[in-house]
Ligand binder design. Sequence first.
Ligand code: CA
Length: 225
Amino acid sequence: MRILIVEDEQKLADLLRRGLKGEGYIVDHAADGEVGQNKIELNHADYDLIILDLMLPKKPGYEVCRNIREAGIKTPVLILTARGETESKVLLLNSGADDYMIKPFHFSELFARIMALTRRPAELLKSELKVADLLLDLNTKKLFRDGKEIELTLKEFRLLEYFMRRPNTVIERVNLTDNVWDINYDNFTNALEVYIFRLREKIDKGRKHGLLETVRGVGYKLKIS
Ligand code: CA
């Protein structure tokens, strides 16, 4: 699950980011309305939820929300408002937001709203990914190759999920670090290589046909022959 936070108060943004990461979400952040709207327009297919502050530099939250709805983007939006901004409740709901919360709030309350907003109809939830003889169960987070279970850490699971959703596609390293991790890659120079190495050990070791291919100078590819 991936969440975008559009919030200009750095402290609150950091708090949310840490809290949500602790719950297993991947978190993106934008600090003003314009950057937020751009990110949504470009990446909305990847987001499960957008947390949008109401009062933002450059473009207010309700305007961002209205614009993305007009563009046909249906990702759930939870708006954060400060106390005293409640007179704009109607404005909020007219903008196409799904819910709103008044600051300050307890994290447990936020979390409950997030759970409610991201609960999608069961038939839309694809619970398995299959690529070649790999089968990844998205609910139990279990991986099987050729029917045999392979244990993965959560990071390895996310990495493999990313590959399995894009088989036979060369994926640039920067896409992996940006989308699978929420980290500044410069600070983790070798982290990706290490994770790829471990993942490859797990899925390809001792096998004639390796699936996870290095594309020199570019990135990696999950190759199905
Ligand atoms: Ca604000």
